[in-house]
Design a protein around this ligand. Structure first.
Ligand SMILES: Nc1ncnc2c1ncn2[C@@H]1O[C@H](COP(=O)(O)OP(=O)(O)OP(=O)(O)O)[C@@H](O)[C@H]1O
Ligand SMILES: [Mg+2]
Length: 312
């Protein structure tokens, strides 16, 4: 059965684009036909991830008679580990993988990052907006029928702006992404109650994704034993974060995290937590945004994305 999955958040910078791009690639690697859409119309960023120069954009599809076939770019063959080779800093303790075989297909639809194009969509008159909405509703149908997409993965803008809400309207699964160090419980509650509730009533499913959970990057600690000798020990979470065990257990080891509070929030909103993804600072230092699942197949981030897509 085909599905449309949207990554959304109340606040910006929670990892939506990173998670959307990496999930889409991993699904394509596994053999699915995937369409990945940059519906963060206000701040497009897919060109940081995929080095492409689109001739037509999602903006053109929405505001003119441009076909979606002219917008979607097949990137399946261009996915390789080459991006990371130019980086001076590499993820710790990892070898690059050259396993970039993609069994399925990946098409990407880019939004135009030019200021005047963003402004044009934002300030469009009512008629243009109405036409854009009509075309937008068809987008899902066309991708499912003409591209025979198993998955449509949608990256959205944070908050409750016009295009973020419309992007949610075409999704079967809404992934509300929260950044652990920057939780905005009130904002998230508002989004969940006022926006998600109505989509859930119409049959969509919603889940919470906690991203950038602290612990993985905590440095080694020197511990002195009873005889006064110093021992270097790795933080328990760093030691075990590559294990296959449930990440919740790892998080529970952290005193500073109010995991019970997060679970209470989830119970309170009636939205299940689907994933806790640690903050992997090593990959964050890469020169370009990262497609870790391609470049670093053995990185624990890749196993977290594997688990996430398994649930989808
Ligand atoms: N699990 C993670 N570990 C380490 N870094 C991460 C992780 N997830 C995301 N990041 C980094 O966090 C930053 C913000 O991520 P990203 O751009 O995906 O967020 P976003 O929600 O799409 O932001 P915006 O709302 O501005 O579109 C990026 O530099 C990304 O590399
Ligand atoms: Mg983004």
């Amino acid at each position: 059965m085909n599905k449309c999955v949207a990554f959304h958040s109340y606040k910006g910078g929670t990892g939506k684009t990173t998670l959307a791009c990496n999930s889409a690639i991993l699904l394509a690697k596994k053999g699915y036909r995937v369409c990945l859409l940059d519906l963060d119309i206000y701040a497009p960023s897919f060109q940081l991830y995929f080095s492409k120069e689109p001739r037509k954009w999602i903006n053109d599809f929405l505001t003119s008679s441009t076909d979606i076939q002219d917008v979607m770019i097949d990137v399946t063959n261009g996915l390789s580990g080459s991006q990371s080779r130019s980086d001076k800093i590499r993820p710790i303790n990892l070898v690059e993988s050259n396993d970039s075989e993609i069994k399925g297909k990946l098409w990407v639809g880019f939004s135009n990052p030019q200021k005047k194009e963003i402004f044009k969509l934002e300030t469009a008159d009512t008629d243009t907006k109405r036409q854009a909405i009509r075309r937008f509703i068809h987008l899902r149908e066309i991708l499912m029928s003409e591209f025979r997409a198993d998955y449509i993965i949608v990256d959205t803008s944070p908050g409750i702006r016009f295009w973020s809400i419309n992007s949610l309207a075409i999704a079967d699964i809404l992934l509300l992404t929260l950044k652990m160090s920057d939780l905005d419980i009130d904002g998230t509650r508002m989004v969940a109650e006022e926006i998600y509730r109505s989509f859930i009533e119409l049959g969509s499913k919603a889940f919470l994704v906690y991203n950038m959970v602290e612990g993985y990057c905590i440095p080694q600690q020197a511990i002195s034993d009873n005889d006064g000798f110093l021992h270097i020990s790795t933080h328990p979470i760093a030691q075990t974060s590559t294990d296959n065990g449930p990440i919740t257990q790892l998080v529970r080891q952290q005193d500073r995290l109010d995991v019970d509070g997060l679970e209470r929030l989830s119970a309170n909103l009636g939205i299940e937590i689907i994933s806790y993804i640690p903050c992997y600072c090593d990959i964050q230092f890469l020169r370009k945004e990262f497609l870790t699942v391609i470049n670093y197949r053995h990185h624990p981030f890749t196993s977290q994305i594997e688990k996430l897509i398994d649930v989808l």
